[in-house]
Ligand binder design. Structure first.
Ligand SMILES: [Zn+2]
Length: 588
């Protein structure tokens, strides 16, 4: 571990200490503060403590990985003093929906690419100090093995694990999963959830739009959620559908009346109400131009449930485009799969252009394809909100489907077909397209609710990786910059709260998520004048600006705006987090 050299540590004469101690108004805290020395002293900043309260002026004294003093510490000494000159100290952000598990498990000695991934630089650089992983129903198994492995490797941010419903369902049902589980299978899943919780998980994650969770009934989820909740665990659930139809749904292929987002929220409320378990409708959204504005209904359903005592919460990311929007393919997936499965000579790529041209000669098939393309254009936000990110003809890059439609004098559906016929023949859809399938109105409405935490839904990235969603680098600064400071959708303190004490409370973390004596020294220092997310969809691998220091368990993960690639994180367990073993100033 790199130890930073002390800077400008103040030597306080004994006489001054004596004077402070003898002064009539001197409190115990002041006397303690003057004692020092601290490992780290953050001096001259304003503290936004994570509760939602407005900032106050305080120096922050850190020792042994804990915040041990807050207040006027101008007379204290420290191994390392950082002068903040009016910058803001906030609790480190707690990312309630993270896919960092994909990079946290990478092998590699210090300095290697694997170790750099384990530092989760794209998130830590945003001020994130804790990630909650194994989302969308997908987890390592057994949890004890995953935990041991991460502890052995060493990790950047603190990490909380979940048990994945899809993982346990897959292990119990095997290949025969396109059906409801039998009672004995549910019992076996329940045993696995119990085991996962005993091994240190914080709860159960579900991905009900995915395989094999898609085929689970609500009655299967009740006992599993109940089991997760027995030790105070939570249930965090990826919706069955985020709009009027799930992502797997194609009008020409599937039965009508698939689940909608409204039904998903009603199911989440029913589960939370029946089991009493803290339930999180994760990455809450209203997808598709035919569903925009539905945040109003979803919010009202949740707030009415909350008013009658149902423990339901949500999280969201501050973007109007989703993860899967980044790989929008307007040619329906069933057709892509069919072409991919066709027999070819070894090494030959599928030719989607030729297959589509042939299919369009069949009137029935052409009708189905055009109907499904129309459906997909709407689901991805409509022709105005579909942008070409990559295409063999570089003149098309950055153009919307709508603008191409006007230029070519063709309907958006025919443009989508032309993109396949004239584009990359071996690539489904012929081009890389990003949809912007969410409305800013809904994104803002969710972001402003006090029961909606900020979460990234992002994994680990290093500059040089392939295209990723901008949220990988920008989620937390963007919530503060765009939605609080510039947009006024919520207060700065409210935006900080949504990423700190709120997720801590949802998880039951008793000693993180606030800048408070006795709490873990997970903090970030922000320069609000410079604070800005810089990642864009064409250039996503850009670190945010204005996050000058990040400490995780008292160690610098970002120092003077530079990543240290240190691995100070621990695997959090509910028993540690909830027993509150923290030493406080008054204990000393
Ligand atoms: Zn998800």
């Amino acid at each position: 571990m790199r130890r930073s050299a002390p800077t400008r540590s103040l030597r306080v004469p004994v006489v001054a200490l004596l004077g402070l101690a003898l002064h009539g108004g001197a409190t115990r805290l002041e006397a303690q503060a003057a004692e020092g020395p601290y490992d780290v002293l953050l001096r001259g900043g304003r503290v936004i403590d994570g509760t939602g309260n407005p900032w106050f002026r305080a120096d922050v004294g850190i020792r042994d990985g804990r915040i041990v003093a807050l207040g006027d510490l101008s007379a204290a000494t420290a191994a390392r003093t950082v002068e903040l000159e009016g910058r803001y100290v906030v609790p480190g952000f707690i990312d309630l929906h993270s896919h960092a598990d994909e990079g946290l498990g990478e092998e590699g000695a210090p300095g290697s690419p694997g170790a750099r991934r384990r530092a989760v630089p794209n998130m830590v650089s945003q001020g994130v100090t804790t990630v909650v992983v194994n989302q969308d129903g997908r987890s390592g198994w057994p949890i004890a093995d995953q935990r041991t492995r991460l502890e052995r490797l060493g990790i950047g941010p603190n990490t909380a694990l979940l048990v994945g419903h899809n993982t346990v369902r897959g292990l119990v049902l095997g290949d025969d999963y396109r059906r409801p589980a039998t009672p004995s299978e549910v019992e076996r899943m329940r045993d696995m959830v119990r085991q996962g919780m005993e091994e240190g998980a914080f709860g159960l994650s579900a991905g009900l739009e995915y395989v094999p969770g898609r085929w689970s009934e609500t009655s299967e989820l009740f006992p599993l959620v109940e089991e997760a909740g027995r030790g105070g665990g939570i249930y965090i659930v990826h919706e069955r559908s985020s709009g009027l139809t799930p992502m797997w749904y194609w009008p020409s292929q599937d039965d009508p009346d698939p689940p909608t987002m409204i039904e998903t929220i009603l199911e989440d409320i029913e589960i939370a109400e029946t089991t009493g378990v803290t339930t999180v409708a994760t990455h809450i959204k209203a997808r598709g131009s035919d569903f925009w504005g539905a945040s109003r209904i979803l919010i009202q359903l949740i707030e009415r449930a909350r008013a009658r005592g149902v423990p339901i919460w949500a999280d969201s990311y501050p973007y109007n485009t989703t993860g899967s929007d980044g790989t929008t393919v307007l040619i329906p997936d069933w057709f892509v799969q069919r072409v991919s499965r066709e027999e070819r000579s070894p090494g030959e790529r599928p030719d989607f252009a030729a297959a589509l041209r042939a299919a369009l000669d069949d009137p029935e098939l052409a009708r189905e394809l055009r109907g499904d393309i129309t459906h997909e254009i709407g689901r991805r936000g409509g022709p105005d909100n579909l942008v070409i990110m990559d295409h063999p003809d570089s003149a098309l890059v950055g153009r919307s489907l709508q603008s191409l439609s006007e230029e070519m004098g063709l309907s958006p559906v025919e443009v989508a077909i032309r993109l396949q016929l004239d584009g990359d023949r071996g690539r489904p859809g012929g081009a890389r397209i990003r949809g912007f399938s969410l409305s800013e109105i809904d994104v803002e409405a969710f972001a402003a609710r006090p029961w909606v935490a900020t979460a990234s839904d992002a994994g680990v990235a290093l500059p040089g990786d392939g295209p990723v969603h901008a949220r990988y680098y920008g989620t937390f600064p963007r919530k503060l910059r765009r939605y609080a400071l510039d947009g006024g959708v919520l207060s700065l303190e409210g935006a900080v709260r949504s990423a700190t004490s709120l997720p801590a409370q949802i998880l039951g973390l008793r000693d993180r998520g606030m800048v408070r004596e006795g709490f873990a020294a997970d903090v970030a220092v922000l320069d609000l004048d410079r604070l800005e997310d810089r990642a864009t969809f064409f250039e996503p691998h850009q670190y945010a600006a204005g996050i000058d220091y990040v400490l995780i368990n008292g160690r610098f993960a970002v120092d003077g705006g530079r990543l240290t690639y240190e691995l100070p994180g621990t695997i959090l367990t509910p028993s540690d987090a909830r027993s509150r073993t923290a030493r406080t100033v008054s204990d000393r």
